[in-house]
Design a protein around this ligand. Sequence first.
Ligand code: AMP
Length: 345
Amino acid sequence: MKATIAVIGSHSALQILKGAKQEGLRTLLMCLRGRESLYGRFGLADRTVSIESVESILEEDVQSLLEDEGAIFIPHGTLISGARLEDLERRFRPKIFGNRFIFKWEYDRELKDRLLSEAGIRTPKRLSSYSEIDGPVIVKLPGAEGGRGYFIAKSPRDFESKIRQLSEKGLIKKGEEEKVFLQEYIIGVPVYPHYFRSVIEDRLELMGCDRRYETSIDSIGRICAKDQLELGITPTFRVIGNIPLVLRESLLVDIFEEGEKFVSAAGRLVPPGMIGPFCLEMICDEEGKLHTFEFSGRIVAGTNLFVNGSPYSDLLFDDPMSMGRRIAREIKTAAEQGMLESVTT
Ligand code: AMP
């Protein structure tokens, strides 16, 4: 029997559905109500079920439906930000592709820091109070989605004045200023490698790479220095889109090394370890050193750039291989070899 792939309609769902079809699998779309016509336009779902919100997947009837369909659920970014992660770990009965226990490590900044540092991955220094600021730091809001309200501060006074400015503009909500996360600001360029840890092939694959397009930080160069100073601009980091990236080949040595360290630490700290897609969010400094400030333990939206494959996936596969298709292929091969239990939790 063909495996069925289930996904919530948002984030990277189109790519996941398309990849499943390319691999000859059945597709079940859990469509957020109101978006049916969007997904209908692409005709990639064999069955569509409307749900009210991301949390609806925890409801008894939705879980039973997924079980009746024998569906394998593919997690993506919307799931991490929207569902109750403890409940997803304990109460969600359908099979999830990947490691369901890694999501809370991605969501919780303390756990995230712990996993990265225990992996031995180079990370930016963390500050415990704004009084410690004595060089550029990036100020991150609690649970901020997509860099909203982040800013750079270079001294305690600078921090106080920018917090005031952004609060007045409504970019920071009341109470958030006390819960900010302070991290050394690495001067360099962002690099987001898309990894796939294949349990079936027992290897780590690089499937693509992107950088994000962030407002307003990426627009600063469009304004001359004199005007920047006069306007007193405080750039922020809200993600708007993604731009493809091909790296200097020599950098790939470190990219793989950091990825392997992550896989090995996840194996120790979050059994059964990394399965399928993940991303390390890095800044590459002027010496070419990689500093990882975040990770995502599931498919990232930057992979949407490569629906038809990327320069890296093309080197590994003869077929155009998106991350969505790579997921489907892993599931298909696992099913053929009786190894579904090894790629799901
Ligand atoms: P995040 O929400 O942590 O993924 O960060 C949003 C954006 O802020 C990133 O895409 C980077 O452009 C920037 N950023 C985050 N942390 C750092 C850092 N430590 N140094 C430099 N830039 C950073």
